[in-house]
Design a binder for this molecule. Structure first.
Ligand SMILES: Cc1cc2nc3c(=O)[nH]c(=O)nc-3n(C[C@H](O)[C@H](O)[C@H](O)COP(=O)(O)O)c2cc1C
Length: 406
């Protein structure tokens, strides 16, 4: 039977099969719906990565500008099962799966992104001054690895523009965090004032604030992760939030790189506890390139930038475990890096993440990924005997002997 089938294969069917196999490799265990998998994604992937991003995001914003469309999307996709709800950072999240920073840099489409099923959206990175970012091309797909390399360099319209947009939004629509970073032309000496300026504008409109010191694409930024530099920076941002947010103070978190040594991860965790931060977002993209399927010469040709997606999965999970062992449940841990499936999100929650985020998985998995992950998390919680997804936070975590009890 199979021999007969093999004999019937023509060069055309063999070629078609090879295309199918190549595209199937783009998907982790639970593939996206046919429309995205076989039609939209192949078309988008014909375009340069940044163009495809603007086209797809633009189409979503265009569609949701039509009266009634957002309401329909919300009715279809917004998670509403109480078992998915998470109370954290003084907020109630509809679901623990959010969109990571970098997708909606200018706060242009957060309501549309919430409507398709994200439990929260982190806008930014926003810098105090508008800036164009690095020269193009600056975003590349590594399809064989389900990864991306980007060196966008915080291209954004600046804090004043984001402030204007956020001021227009109806808070009731869902949770929007604001991620702030350093303006490129600002020197290290003036970095604190720069973060203070963007925080002063945006914190009053944010549900939570993330200080980003971990992007590899702004020269010197990651040096701010050293505790002696990070302490005054975070303390200043904290004071700015206290000064500018009289009614409701948004929680403050810090976002770290996966390339920190384990000791440095511990040091940032201890600092976050010392300063009374609400949590840590871990992790940003990596500058490492090991273990990739994409040929070395292709990777070399792409050049500098942060690698995200599946290749980041293991290190991001390891950083989460390290953080949880260090801080227990005293900080909210937001885990991000290589999450593509509900099983992976569930593993992060069981390892101690209160919330998870994704970016690259969304590019490969398509617009229904957030709602599919939310739905499947309910099944996984039931399978493992938890009434609510949040009951499983840290279920697999173990404190290490050197963790500092406080
Ligand atoms: C194209 C692109 C742009 C990004 N821009 C930002 C950014 O501006 N600020 C930030 O904190 N993280 C940024 N990130 C990092 C993501 O928020 C996330 O931490 C990282 O990609 C790991 O998650 P993932 O593997 O699910 O993509 C960006 C990632 C990508 C792929």
């Amino acid at each position: 039977m199979s021999a007969a089938r093999t004999c019937a294969r023509t060069p055309k069917t063999i070629a078609a099969e090879s295309v199918l196999r190549r595209h199937a490799a783009l998907d982790p265990s639970s593939p996206p719906p046919m429309l995205y998998r076989w039609f939209l994604r192949p078309l988008l992937f014909l375009l340069p990565a940044e163009t495809a991003h603007h086209l797809a995001f633009g189409a979503l914003r265009f569609a949701t500008a039509i009266p009634g469309v957002t309401a329909v999307l919300r009715a279809l996709f917004r998670p509403r099962d109480p078992a998915l709800r998470v109370d954290a950072l003084g907020l109630t999240f509809d679901a623990p799966v959010g969109l990571a920073a970098g997708f909606d840099k200018n706060a242009e489409g957060h309501d549309a992104l919430l409507a398709i099923g994200f439990g929260f959206v982190e806008i930014g990175t926003v810098t105090a001054q508008a800036q164009p970012g690095n020269p193009k091309p600056r975003m590349f797909r590594l399809s064989a690895d389900r990864g991306l390399i980007n060196r966008l360099g915080f291209n954004n319209r600046g804090a004043e523009d984001a402030e204007r947009r956020l001021a227009k939004r109806a808070r009731a629509r869902g949770i929007v965090g604001v991620n702030v970073g350093k303006t490129k032309i600002v020197t290290e000496d003036a970095a604190i004032a720069d973060y203070e300026a963007s925080t002063a504008r945006l914190a009053p409109l944010a549900d939570y604030v993330v200080v980003n010191v971990s992007s590899p694409n702004t020269p010197g930024l990651r040096d701010l992760q050293a505790v002696e530099k990070l302490r005054p920076l975070l303390a200043a941002v904290q004071r700015t939030i206290e000064r500018t947010c009289a009614d409701r103070r948004p929680a403050l978190l810090v976002k770290i790189a996966p390339d920190l040594s384990d000791d440095d991860v511990d040091a940032v965790a201890d600092l976050a506890l010392e300063l009374g931060l609400a949590g840590i977002v871990a992790t940003n993209t990596t500058i490492r390139r090991d273990g990739l399927r994409t040929p070395d010469d292709v990777v070399k040709q792409i050049g500098a930038g942060g690698l995200s997606g599946a290749p980041l999965h293991d290190r991001s999970l390891a950083v989460l475990r390290r953080l949880r062992a260090r801080v227990g449940d005293r900080l909210v841990l937001v885990s991000v890096g290589g999450i593509e499936t509900a099983e992976q999100a569930w593993q992060r929650i069981r390892a101690g993440a209160t919330l998870v985020q994704l970016y690259t998985g969304f590019i490969y998995g398509g617009p229904t990924l957030p709602s599919r992950i939310a739905r499947d998390l309910l099944t996984l919680a039931k399978r493992d005997g938890f009434t609510r997804v949040s009951d499983a936070i840290g279920a697999d975590a173990r404190a290490t002997p050197d963790a500092h009890p406080r």
